[in-house]
Design a binder for this molecule. Structure first.
Ligand SMILES: [Zn+2]
Length: 474
């Protein structure tokens, strides 16, 4: 800005506009990166992988003997095209529920010699010679809460026959020696097999080995059984698995990319981008969320009902936040006017991140407020309710009273103003009753159907003045 050539009044205007914006928190009050599987433990040890492949072969042999094996080598077709194996529970308010921590490690050397299909290093290996053989899709945000409430489902990426199923293993070991995982293995029409591992204990499909599943069919809940430090799906695929067949046990990386030396084609119907920035959730909280160590469930402190005097924490939960990009954030009042509007710049690449800002003393209007984030063309809005705001016109309402209070069935309103509207709200901020009368105004309200307790009575005059009075039913 060229100050010298800017007229004086314009400078004042700009400074005023700027200070209005700057009076609130531009920088977050807390949050940061969320690191999944920090200790890089192998999802499946070599012994376990050998056992898995043996289980597959045993199962194939048994089904063949019973003449129930669906896969037929003579008329196998081309490889399947996967749909995304994760689905959020119906009705869950979060915008999305997953992030990716690891792809397949294409570099057979170890340790610390990693290469993913995209020639990046979003994978891992260990000193013990483990090269990550699948992809890890973790729950985000609040992985354990989501697991405990069955909020993230694993669905079949392609149709096929269940070859193996384990469902009773412990799912909160948080260690390398976590024992066996709960899993479902599905064989597709071309003989390839997908492993769905780390499922929640006893959450699996009721279908048994030998039964068929459709693409998109429920297989289980994302969990943390086996060698796992947090709820995630380990998704691993093999080309034709056949007892004595050709090319058996060949690991597949479902993504096509320059550095995929395992297979050329993508195995996805719609291959997602390597980095997939997304707003996973915008939420309001009564205090900041708490992320304890494995395996304790997070304390989310989520809330959507607040008194006007409360401090509201505005949470933002991102997947793949990209350095150099910015997100627009807004707090919107019930009359749709924008109270705060600011941009937050991301300065790091994080697979998962969370941020929060808090505000108090700004809630001057009762009703439904909005917390809104817009990132790369996507807008996610979360609503929350404010009650107990004093509102404008409080002075003129000074001579308005409610009697009796506490009351039994009927309250009377004494006011020099004409009261046109009355709203009864309970302690949770839920509207119980709305009364309006614009001819003579409201003089009495019959509340005999209410149960005993504390309520808020929001009154509105014909000139739009408002007052909230606490009433007690006895
Ligand atoms: Zn894994």
């Amino acid at each position: 800005m060229k100050l010298n050539s800017t007229p004086f009044f314009a400078v004042i205007f700009l400074l005023t506009a700027y200070s209005f914006q700057a009076q609130t928190h531009f920088t977050p009050d807390g949050g940061g990166q969320f690191v999944f599987n920090e200790n890089k433990i192998p999802c499946l040890t070599d012994e376990q992988r050998t056992a898995v492949l043996n289980e597959l072969k045993t199962s194939i042999q048994e089904l063949k003997t019973q003449n129930r094996l669906s896969y037929n080598q003579a008329n196998r077709g081309s490889h399947p095209l996967f749909i995304w194996p994760i689905k959020k529970k119906d009705g869950l308010e979060y915008n999305d529920v997953w992030g990716i921590s690891n792809y397949v490690d294409q570099n057979p050397s170890y340790p610390n010699q990693v290469l993913d299909y995209n020639c990046g290093s979003r994978t891992y290996d260990t000193t013990g010679g483990y090269n990550h053989a699948g992809m890890d899709i973790f729950n985000w945000p609040f992985s354990w809460k989501m697991m405990d409430y069955d909020e993230v489902e694993i669905i079949a990426a392609a149709p096929g026959q269940i070859l193996y199923k384990a469902s009773s293993n412990f799912d909160r070991s948080c260690s390398l020696s976590g024992g066996n995982w709960n899993a479902v293995y599905v064989q597709h029409a071309d003989g390839s097999v997908a492993l769905y591992g780390h499922m929640k204990q006893n959450s699996l499909t009721t279908k048994n080995v030998g039964e068929m599943v459709a693409a998109g069919e429920f297989l289980g809940i994302v969990g943390s059984s086996g060698n796992s430090t947090g709820p995630h799906l380990h998704f691993e695929a093999y080309s034709e698995v056949e007892l004595n067949g050709v090319g058996q046990d060949v690991l597949i990386d479902p993504y096509s990319g320059t550095c995929n030396s395992m297979n050329v084609d993508t195995w996805w119907q719609n291959q997602k981008p390597y980095n997939n920035p997304n707003i996973n959730a915008v939420l309001t909280h009564s205090s900041p969320p708490v992320f304890p160590t494995c395996p304790t469930q997070e304390t989310t402190n989520e809330s959507t009902n607040f008194d006007a005097s409360a401090t509201v924490y505005f949470g933002l939960y991102m997947r793949d936040q990209a350095s150099g990009t910015s997100i627009n954030l807004k707090i919107i009042k019930p009359d749709n006017s924008v109270l705060y509007n600011w941009d937050f710049n991301f300065t790091d690449n994080y697979y998962a991140s969370w941020w929060y800002w808090y505000f108090s003393g700004i809630y001057d209007m009762n009703g439904e407020w909005k917390w809104q984030a817009t990132y790369q063309g996507q807008t996610v809005t979360h609503s929350f309710n404010i009650t107990g705001a004093l509102g404008i016109g409080e002075e003129e309402f000074n001579n308005t009273s409610i009697y009796p209070n506490p009351f039994n069935n009927v309250v009377s309103i004494s006011s020099p103003l004409k009261i046109e509207k009355a709203i009864v709200v309970d302690m949770l901020g839920k509207q119980i009753k709305v009364i309006s009368n614009n001819s003579e105004g409201i003089k009495e309200i019959n509340l005999e159907t209410l149960s005993n307790g504390i309520y808020f009575l929001n009154l509105e005059s014909d000139s739009g003045q408002r007052k909230t009075i606490k009433i007690i039913k006895e």
